[in-house]
Design a protein around this ligand. Structure first.
Ligand SMILES: O=P(O)(O)OC[C@H]1O[C@H](O[C@H]2O[C@H](CO)[C@@H](O)[C@H](O)[C@H]2O)[C@H](O)[C@@H](O)[C@@H]1O
Length: 380
């Protein structure tokens, strides 16, 4: 397994047992529970802000972080030499290709409404060295736009909501930025009334009334301060890049020489020491600093389902497609609640709570197009 331990997240600490039928369908899909793991609106009422216990030695923390940074970044050449294809093939027995398993998924989705949740980087756009160049192809944009005509679709990204909207550029979708801490979704009174301090009624680009949900709103000035500090602290580290996502900050080390990763880890650790209400998570060659609140992409999926009037319904199949550690929170929610299925985008074996897999964004596009074709035939 190449996944790193995500010290500040419950992700993957207790993976649900994988239980598949002969055909490879996850048990979730065979026993769809209408009210399993039901989402009570009171869940959102008090978004928890626990305090971090002080006392860990900086050195220990940044070394643990460094190990995690290394284990999440195996050298490509080594993987190939070690027989990556065999390992991938074995892994795919556990997480079959959503394309090869399309018939099974379609059978299960029959007479159900699919709700689609899509991550952005590594899912809709290929991973590239410069985050500013992570562009979605026109074909992918066309596919997502077309898909959204048939199925409610939301993008849930680690990037700021504005940035991901700018990159995707489709008004037909719902957007959640900052790992779900900034959601622009449909107005739904039952949800809005439960979150007086997090919700705000507003209008979208088309003047349509929408609901803005920001459970970490109070952290905006702090995150801005952290962003500026990290820019300053990392400016001497060649290749480091810091992004401000309004509710979280990304510190990229993709272009940093490995001998300087320790310095990156230390800069982040210094922030955590200074601001105990913040925590760190890991992504693909990126460390992220975010508010220590009980909110993540999984909670965002639950929130959007409820906002769309699609939670607790046995005629709804939520599907989440993502490539990163932070997407595991969403896979887990769908898996544990028997509510739907996760699809991990990965071309190498990874420990995951997703049921199925797809190799790369081009396969994601094929899968979306296949669902549209299937839906058209089903409807005719
Ligand atoms: O949740 P996502 O939409 O997948 O966003 C997660 C992070 O994506 C971006 O970083 C990743 O993609 C970059 C471009 O391909 C790549 O250079 C980087 O190494 C990856 O970590 C984004 O820049 C981050 O801020 C997001 O948190």
């Amino acid at each position: 397994m190449d996944i790193e331990s995500n010290h500040s997240s419950p992700v993957l600490t207790d993976p649900a047992p994988i239980n598949k039928s002969r055909l490879g369908i996850h048990s979730n899909l065979l026993s769809y529970a209408p009210s399993g793991g039901s989402l009570s609106s009171s869940k959102y009422r008090n978004v928890n802000i626990p305090r971090k216990k002080p006392g860990k030695l900086d050195e220990v923390c940044s070394n643990a972080c460094l190990d995690a940074m290394k284990s999440s970044s195996p050298p490509r050449k080594k993987l190939i030499k070690d027989g990556a294809d065999t390992a991938y093939g074995t892994w795919m027995l556990k997480h079959p290709s959503a394309l090869n398993s399309f018939e099974e998924i379609a059978n299960f989705a029959k007479n159900k409404k699919i709700a689609m949740f899509l991550d952005y980087d590594g899912t809709l756009s290929p991973i590239v060295d410069d985050p500013d160049n992570a562009l979605m192809s026109d074909d992918m944009r066309f596919a997502v736009r077309n898909f959204a005509k048939y199925f409610p679709t939301a993008i849930i990204s680690g990037r700021s909501r504005d940035k991901v909207y700018q990159l995707v550029g489709l008004t037909e979708l719902y957007y959640a930025g900052s790992h779900g801490m900034d959601i622009l979704g449909p107005v739904r009174k039952a949800v809005s009334n439960d979150h007086p301090n997090c919700n705000e009624s507003t209008t979208d680009q088309q003047g349509k009334e929408v609901n803005l949900f920001q459970p970490a709103r109070e952290f905006i000035p702090l995150i801005d301060e952290v962003f500026r500090t990290l820019v300053e602290d990392t400016k001497g580290i060649k290749g480091a890049k810091v992004e401000n996502h309004k509710f979280c900050v990304s510190v990229h080390f993709r272009n940093v020489d490995e001998k300087n990763w320790q310095s990156i880890a230390q800069c982040v650790q210094d922030i955590l020491d200074k601001y105990p209400r913040l925590r760190k998570t890991h992504g693909r060659k990126v460390l992220e600093v975010r508010p220590m609140i009980d909110w993540n992409k999984g909670k965002a999926v639950e929130f959007l389902l409820e906002s769309l009037g699609l939670s607790n319904r046995d005629d709804v199949l939520p599907i989440y497609i993502g490539d990163d550690l932070t997407d595991e929170d969403a896979f887990k929610v769908l898996r544990e609640g028997n509510r739907g299925c996760g699809i991990l985008v990965s071309s190498r074996p990874k420990e995951t709570n997703a049921v199925y897999s797809l190799r790369d964004p081009s396969e994601v596009m094929k899968f979306l197009n296949s669902l549209v074709t299937w839906k058209k035939v089903d409807a005719s």
